[in-house]
Design a protein around this ligand. Structure first.
Ligand code: URA
Length: 442
């Protein structure tokens, strides 16, 4: 079967067979399918879609591009969480230590920045010395020692996703339900977990802007996950303004440390607790979500979550002194404050342009191999519902390369709408979907 025939078939809107999908995925490792052929297939999938059978086949082929990790020798419930991606979404850095301190084993395989959204791996690499490229032996050792481990795809865990993830980022083919579902599930189901909590984002800063698309993605992932024998819970959460205040790699690590000290912004803390509580319940460590929430809050109040994060940093080669002294994180040459030119209340702070501005400042990749500037980003001081006076700071841009500063500034100016009416941000959690597919509003 030739790659070009498979691409043509999808281009013309036909369903691919599991064997055809396997040829394309296996061809990544053997070199029989070229990057440009996968780029063409990705665009065809984005336009033509994939049905449930094709999506499940793509997920399985991607899982089998590497090994299924066996964590059976490490006692305890292995539960992970994954987000479909948002702006300022750093919950992994907060909830993984929380869940670990509550007794869950969190063997997390994460991704890099994608499109206008940041990635957990890029954030972690802003901690001096932190290594995300552990081999499987070290992955197991760190998990056993710390109760959590955070790495990227390796040659062993879903390597096809590592390749496709970077290619999608560079070819504007991220926003596709089957591609997102297969990307997330392949790495998550290969990592040796029993249960998975999904944070499916919706709103202008998410890949699934419309709620019904987010719901379809959540259902697809719950269906495939349960078909492969895992317990999966998905929360559909709002991503129409940045989560927390910081957007950009080192800035987000610093804000996560604030949360772990019990001082972070309420939206970020609340969502992190909610997701961690789901992990605790899936792991069988609490009888109800209320009990699990109380446990998670306690791990923040008594410092055990922060202590776990420090242990993790040390175990993965990072400088644990950032815990006490976040000034050790990279900082940029310049800070530029944007002030309000109208008085009123913030009606809207669109997440996507804030994410795009952060990418323009250098926090993301223009090409698969572009370097990331860990120091740059945006901190928003005013969010939806906040009163603003003329001349008050709206946000601060953290800048190294000034060549794109004006474009970034213009994006952020357009992201804000300030008006006379009062405004309140909507609820963060919109729906909860569980396997078997029973949906309930929360
Ligand atoms: N996270 C992933 O791992 N993959 C995607 O495609 C989107 C978010």
């Amino acid at each position: 079967m030739r790659a070009v025939e498979i691409i043509r078939k999808k281009r013309d809107g036909q369903a691919l067979t599991p064997a055809e999908i396997a040829v394309m995925v296996e061809g990544i490792a053997t070199g029989e399918v070229a990057d440009y052929q996968w780029a063409a297939l990705l665009m065809a999938i984005l336009w033509r879609g994939m049905d449930a059978t094709e999506t499940a086949a793509l997920t399985e082929a991607m899982i089998h591009s590497g090994t299924m990790v066996d964590l059976g020798a490490i006692p305890g419930p292995k539960i992970d969480k994954h987000s479909t991606g948002g702006v300022g979404d750093k919950t992994s850095l907060v909830l993984a230590p929380m869940a670990a301190a509550a007794g869950v084993l969190v063997p997390m395989v994460s991704g890099r920045g994608l499109g206008h959204t940041g990635g957990t791996l890029d954030k972690l690499e802003s901690i001096p010395g932190f290594r995300v490229d552990l081999d499987l032996g070290r992955y197991r050792d760190v998990l056993a020692a710390c109760g959590l481990v955070l790495i990227g795809q390796t040659a062993e865990i879903a390597p096809a996703d590592k390749f496709l993830y970077a290619l999608r980022d560079a070819t504007a083919t991220v926003e596709s339900i089957p591609l997102i579902a297969a990307s997330i599930l392949s790495k998550k189901l290969a990592e040796g977990i029993e249960g998975l909590v999904l944070d499916v984002k919706t709103g202008d800063g998410a890949f699934m802007v419309a709620l019904e698309d987010a719901r379809a993605l959540a259902r697809t992932m719950c269906g495939i996950g349960s078909g492969l024998g895992k317990s999966v819970v998905a929360l559909i959460t709002r991503m129409d303004q940045p989560l927390g205040r910081a957007v950009g790699n080192a800035l987000e690590v610093a804000e996560s440390l604030d949360c772990l000290r019990g001082e972070g912004p309420a939206d970020l803390v609340d969502l992190s607790i909610e997701l961690a509580a789901e992990m605790v319940v899936l792991g069988g460590l609490a009888g109800s979500l209320d009990e699990a929430r109380a446990t998670c809050r306690r791990t923040l109040a008594d410092g055990t979550a922060l202590e776990r994060f420090g242990r993790l940093i040390q175990a993965q080669g990072g400088d644990p002194r950032v815990i006490e002294d976040p000034a050790r994180l990279p900082s940029p040459r310049r800070q530029v404050v944007l002030t309000a030119t109208t008085a009123g209340t913030v009606q809207r702070l669109a997440a996507r342009p804030v994410g795009q501005a952060t990418m323009l400042l250098g926090a993301g990749r223009a090409r698969m191999d572009s370097p990331v500037d860990h120091a740059v980003g945006v901190v928003v001081h005013k969010k939806v519902g906040d009163p603003v006076a003329i001349g008050e700071p709206l946000c601060t841009l953290f800048v190294n390369d000034e060549s794109r500063l004006e474009d970034a500034r213009a994006l952020i100016r357009d992201a804000y709408t300030i008006g006379p009416e009062p405004a309140t941000p909507g609820p963060l959690i919109l729906e909860r979907i569980m396997t078997p597919l029973s949906r309930s509003s929360s």
